[in-house]
Design a protein around this ligand. Structure first.
Ligand code: PA5
Length: 355
């Protein structure tokens, strides 16, 4: 059995994904400060906001929508594609979010916004989008270089929060951000590589997921983006297929599927992400529906959010998933950082010409 204690991190994780996860707290503080210093004041205020991005550069927008869902009287759409929907017009704002600045879907969405005369903001570390922003005189928030895009989550989340603050959609939230950074720091002590498996919930959960098909369930309201983040981190870090779905919609279709294929279901492991703010009926639905997975032979594991504010609770769930995906990569014997299939597809597409 592969030990998750006394890990040889130089061999298992040469690019240092564990340091990136442990560094989320510091990144959150730095990104929040940098966003406050953004020299940009949009006038007039747009009627709606579209965030164009893919993968690790899109998830921050979903998480932010979940975080601000109860107070945002303003439509925010996330566009994961080449084309913009018809509603994105000159009275909206397009935020093009791409860590590399070179993702062709995001660049295409930016160019489409330019054609339509949509005001734009660019969030990237460099690349084509940085050049386009400079050429067009479009404001840009620069991410620091050298991160795998998904590991720059604190940068993309808190920079986007800064854009929302500049738009007057929400206040500065200094206390909540400080609290969330503190929670991420404590999570690194509790779930980082130094904490032994016997007392480390992330190592224990990774062990339970190993060799199984992870299925992540959550409430749709506020928490579904976290379930998506778990799936994507398990995909990219642990090189593992995973699935996620949200309640209560799950109870109206997916629940029936816990019959076939029986052999596969018996090899699944369900993770239920729960939050104290979940609707009471959704909480009841979790209790009633989880046994169907258990009856099919799947393991069922509950992860409760921790912390006081919603931001802390969201961060606690996100960072737990990040640590779990890291340990799952070690158990799978794969390096968490490279995403060779993504790179291969991007290169092959580039060889076939521009979008
Ligand atoms: O995590 C990853 O590497 C991917 O999901 C990327 O974020 C995605 O391919 C988009 O690239 P970028 O973030 O550079 O726009």
């Amino acid at each position: 059995m592969t030990s998750l204690d006394s890990l040889d991190l130089d061999r298992l994780d040469p690019a240092g994904m564990h340091r990136r996860i442990a560094g989320l707290a510091a990144d959150a503080r730095r990104a929040h400060e940098a966003a406050a210093a953004l020299d940009w004041a949009p006038r007039p205020r747009p009627l709606a906001l579209a965030v164009a991005g893919m993968g690790g550069s899109a998830i921050a927008a979903d998480l932010l929508r979940g975080y601000l869902e109860d107070q945002l009287e303003f439509p925010v759409g996330v566009v994961r594609d080449y084309d913009l929907p018809a509603w994105v017009g000159a009275d909206c704002l397009l935020v093009a979010s791409s860590y590399s600045g070179n993702t062709e879907e995001t660049v295409a969405a930016y160019l489409e916004a330019r054609r339509r005369g949509v005001p734009r903001v660019v969030l990237c570390s460099g690349g084509r989008l940085a050049a386009l922003a400079a050429e067009d005189g479009v404001p840009r928030a620069a991410y620091p270089p050298g991160y795998p895009p998904r590991a720059a989550l604190a940068w993309s989340f808190f920079t986007l929060l800064g854009v929302f603050v500049k738009l007057g959609l929400t206040g500065g939230r200094e206390r909540e951000v400080a609290g969330a950074a503190g929670l991420l720091e404590r999570a690194a002590e509790e779930m980082g590589p130094v904490a032994a498996e016997a007392v480390n919930p992330a190592k224990q959960l990774a062990r339970a997921l190993h060799g199984r098909l992870p299925v992540v369930y959550s409430a749709a309201r506020r928490i579904e983006p976290v379930a998506l983040r778990w799936r994507q981190q398990i995909n990219e870090n642990a090189k593992t297929l995973a699935h996620h779905a949200a309640f209560p919609e799950h109870n109206h279709n997916e629940v029936v599927g816990w019959e076939q294929p029986a052999e596969l279901l018996a090899r699944a492991a369900v993770v239920v992400l729960r939050d104290s703010g979940d609707h009471s009926r959704v909480q009841r639905r979790f209790e009633l529906a989880a046994p169907f997975a258990g009856a099919a032979g799947a393991g069922v594991h509950v992860v409760e959010s921790r912390g006081g504010s919603l931001l802390e609770r969201l961060c606690s769930l996100v960072v737990t998933g990040d640590w779990v995906s890291l340990y799952l990569s070690f158990l799978n014997g794969v390096d968490p950082t490279p995403v060779t299939k993504i790179d291969l597809l991007k290169n092959r597409l580039e060889q076939t010409g521009a979008a």
